[in-house]
Design a protein around this ligand. Structure first.
Ligand code: FAD
Length: 314
């Protein structure tokens, strides 16, 4: 099923909904742990799950495998990420065909980061320079079969100076056939709401899901926000300063901060929330509980039939 149909239904009802992003682990044990986790987090009621695609398609087999498992074994609607630059045409063509064969009806069409010193003109395949090219290709080859989501950047893709330009390109992706937008993580709710208003003014009318990343530890948070050039309000840095050596205290603060952000977003009429889980479950579970989106879960049991089946990973 297309996730856009589920989203539109929730939006019509004004009911809250949420989705979880996972990434393909690098080890076999990591994969076993991830499947266990997906099984347990099934009980948290995500509307859909996302699986990332390692840069240049390096994890395409594993991404596809986890998506197929999510879809067919766990019964979760699954959104498969795909990047298109720095990736061979055959890989893109085959991944879409295999996704369809495996009952995956949702993709997140991305350009992907460019290798250092490379620009769009050096794309591995000249027809795929930007995410919009993958949206167009998928629509041309598969018509309406796939629900296509695309990435949005409240603080600009490469730089805050690019926000207006990025909105125009986001509109281009939607006009080419994207059904919804999932955003980069952010920690400034006012900035996010202002960006959504600017997108709406630019004529982007599809659902926009805010990306929520609960803080898991101080160094990871600092690294990630610097890498993605995310503005972190000074009060967040101030709150973290005294507890930064205490991982549990940082996690607890991250839960409270996410709850505060989601409350503010709910008050502004936002219904859907996309969690960057980093393949971890507790913070997301606690946030959903504290928001009263789900009842308190004392013990989440893995589904007995949800067992990993593959050792395909390289
Ligand atoms: P695009 O929309 O193509 O934009 C890239 C840049 O080009 C922007 O600066 C834009 O302004 C500019 N641009 C766009 N169209 C045009 C045009 N027609 N002409 C000129 N300039 C243009 N990366 C991964 O490797 N794997 C993942 O699984 C992954 N998942 C992600 C999920 C989300 C929700 C987000 C927000 C990002 C994700 N990324 C992932 C990161 C993403 O690949 C990078 O941020 C990448 O640099 C941009 O991808 P994009 O699809 O937004 O590109």
């Amino acid at each position: 099923m297309k996730i856009i149909d589920k989203i539109l239904k929730r939006e019509e009802e004004g009911a809250p909904y949420w989705s979880f992003e996972y990434f393909p682990p690098k080890t076999q044990q990591g994969l076993v742990n991830l499947y266990d986790r997906i099984g347990r987090m099934y009980n948290l009621g995500p509307l859909f799950i996302d699986v990332t695609w390692r840069w240049g398609g390096k994890s395409s087999d594993l991404t596809l495998e986890i998506c197929s498992m999510g879809q067919s074994v766990y019964g979760l609607e699954t959104n498969m990420h795909m990047t298109c630059t720095n990736t061979s045409f055959d890989l893109i063509k085959n991944a879409l065909a295999e996704a369809k064969e495996n009952g995956i009806q949702n993709i997140l069409a991305l350009r992907g980061d460019l290798p250092r010193g490379v620009n769009e003109e050096d794309a591995t395949d000249a027809q795929f320079r930007y995410a919009v090219d993958l949206v167009k290709y998928t629509r041309r080859e598969y018509g309406d079969f796939f629900c296509i989501s695309v990435a949005g950047y409240p603080e600009g893709c490469a730089s805050p100076d690019d926000v207006e330009k990025d909105i125009l390109y986001l509109k281009e992706k939607v006009d080419a056939g994207a059904d919804l937008v999932i955003t980069q993580l952010f920690y400034d709710v006012d900035l996010y709401l202002d960006w959504v208003a600017r997108c709406r003014k630019a004529g982007i009318s599809v659902p926009i899901l805010p990306g929520i990343m609960p803080i898991q530890n101080y160094n990871g948070f600092k690294r990630m926000t610097e890498l993605c050039k995310i503005r972190v309000p000074q009060e967040v840095w101030d709150s973290l300063e005294d507890i930064k050596e205490d991982d549990q205290a940082v996690k607890n603060y991250g839960i409270e901060l996410a709850v505060k952000m989601i409350r503010e977003l709910r008050d502004s009429g936002v219904n859907g929330f996309h969690f960057y889980t980093l393949n971890l479950e507790r913070s997301t579970q606690m946030i959903l509980e504290k928001m009263n989106f789900i009842p308190k879960v004392d013990e989440i049991r893995p589904l007995p039939w949800a067992q990993p089946i593959s050792d395909k990973r390289a």
